[in-house]
Design a protein around this ligand. Structure first.
Ligand code: 4NP
Length: 142
């Protein structure tokens, strides 16, 4: 199962989701990307790295990239952090492609780059990642 997490900048929410999910499910093929390209090549945002590190999650080796149309073929599941991300992804879907695009949580994961609430974002992402893993486990042998 190949899963890509997508947010706007790929320096806060989606790398955090990737890192948390890696810790929970090391055997999955995981990646993250941003719908925007401003931070391509950058490591995760410092305050998010620090907040994740305090929870035992190392994000330092991740580098931002922009979501690409090829991701629809390269992944089995695309997880958007908020409804805007989901809409931006949906606009890029190639005709005939049926890769599911789902929201990470029941709510938009608030963007901590603007809200500065890194703990709140991580709290939502941690619970959502555990739910996602349970969903994936139900549909395939891990
Ligand atoms: P993210 O947060 O989507 O959670 O990575 C953002 C980080 C940077 C920007 C936007 C969102 N930015 O516009 O620079």
């Amino acid at each position: 199962m190949r899963v890509v997490f997508v947010c706007l900048g790929n320096i806060c929410r989606s790398p955090a989701a990737e890192g948390i999910m890696r810790a929970l499910a090391p055997d999955l093929t995981l990646d993250s990307a941003g719908t925007g390209g401003w931070h391509v090549g950058d490591p995760p945002y410092g305050p998010m790295q620090a907040a994740a590190e305090a929870r035992g999650i190392d994000l330092s080796t991740l580098r931002a990239r922009q979501f690409a149309v090829s991701d629809f073929d390269d992944f089995d599941l695309i997880i958007a952090m908020d409804r805007q991300n989901k809409a931006d992804i949906a606009r890029l879907r190639p005709s005939g492609n049926a890769t599911p695009v789902r929201l990470m949580a029941d709510m938009d994961v608030p963007d901590p780059y603007y809200s500065r609430d890194f703990e709140g974002a991580l709290d939502i992402i941690e619970v959502a990642a555990m739910r996602l893993l349970a969903d994936i486990s139900r549909t395939r042998d891990l």
